[in-house]
Design a protein around this ligand. Structure first.
Ligand code: CUA
Length: 340
């Protein structure tokens, strides 16, 4: 099946070309788990059925054009009646074939859909994802409430473990879509949806809000980091800790600046009095790969650019400019950059 291989390569390469240098891939044709694989298989089934139907129709059309008969004399009623009968039988066969194919595809869709919601026995990780304009709040749930914690825009999961997401929205309808791992699921205000996946391969899988949700819809990315069980356990333990103490005098001054500013109205930092919940939790901000929901890679320089003027980097987002002196600004960056 060289054609199929070539198509696969093309499908795998096109996002690569588009996203060259932009980090992890995001492709529904590169499934990394059973749920995404079910969808990918269904996609190929639809693709090949459509190719086959298209080819048959074109071949038939070509045949008809090549073998069309020119009338030379007047009507030949006996031959016309015979042809009409053949045409009627042909029509019944075509309609029957079409209905059978549509039924088969509908059944395959239904079967794939059923497979998506079946949970395997064994450990499950429960994560609640709340969409906001334009970022994702991620809350890890645990039977022991003291072991629940909140982070943002990045979901870490252990390889091979079933992950159940509960999806909510704070404002408008968004859609959670990490194509390598699962299908799309909407996040609807006042409603709760679920989505499940198991990552079978280590890697960073990029997801994207897939429902237009306002000005910065395109800058509403999420990453799923699938890592070995031990790495995940260590990450989880680290995330459970309160924020790191400032490492030096400058960072300490930065913490004071943060706590005395309007930042605390929206952001939380566990271990401090900052307890706002309308913006991303910053407790372990510097441990994340990106800031502003995939807009900028995490670095002190990018943090500085973001805080200095969030509206230039992501116009329309809800973060205001918080005025402060240059010294306070540098101290604040030293503090935030230390929140590993
Ligand atoms: Cu959120 Cu589009």
């Amino acid at each position: 099946m060289t054609g199929r291989r070539a198509l696969r390569q093309l499908a795998a390469a096109s996002p690569l070309l588009l996203a060259a240098g932009c980090g992890p891939l995001s492709s529904a044709l590169g499934s990394a788990g059973p749920q995404a694989r079910g969808i990918e298989t269904l996609w190929w089934l639809f693709f090949w059925v459509c190719v086959a139907v298209y080819a048959v129709v074109l071949l038939w059309l070509g045949y008809a054009l090549l073998h069309r008969q020119r009338r030379t004399a007047g009507p030949d009623t006996q031959a016309d009646a015979g042809r009409e009968q053949t045409a009627a039988r042909g029509l019944v066969a075509w309609v029957g074939g079409t209905v059978a194919i549509l039924f088969a595809l509908t059944f395959a869709s239904f079967w794939t859909d059923r497979g998506l919601s079946s949970a395997p026995a064994g450990e499950t990780i429960d994560v609640e994802v709340t969409a906001n304009q334009w970022w994702w709040q991620v809350r890890y749930l645990d039977a022991d409430p003291s072991r629940s914690f909140i982070t943002a825009n990045e979901i870490h999961v252990p390889v091979g473990t079933f992950v159940k997401l509960t999806l909510r929205s704070q404002d408008v309808i968004h859609s959670f879509w990490v194509p390598n791992l699962a299908g799309k699921q909407d996040l609807i205000p006042g409603r709760e949806n679920t989505l499940a996946f198991t990552a079978e391969r280590e890697g960073v899988y990029r997801g994207q809000c897939a429902e237009f949700c306002g000005l910065q819809h395109a800058n509403m990315a999420i990453e799923v980091v699938a890592e070995p069980v031990e790495t995940f356990a260590a990450w989880r333990e680290a995330q459970l800790q309160p924020a790191a103490e400032p490492a030096n005098e400058q960072a300490t001054r930065g913490r004071d600046t943060f706590l005395a500013s309007a930042c605390v109205m929206c952001h939380s930092i566990r271990g401090t009095v900052a307890g706002g919940h309308t913006a991303p939790d910053l407790t372990h901000l510097a441990s994340r790969r990106f800031i502003a929901a995939g807009t900028l890679p995490m670095s002190r320089g990018n943090l500085g650019a973001w805080i200095a003027d969030p509206q230039t980097l992501k116009p329309g987002n809800h973060m205001p400019i918080v005025g402060m002196s240059a010294d306070d600004f540098q101290s604040l960056l030293a503090f935030l950059d230390g929140l590993k």
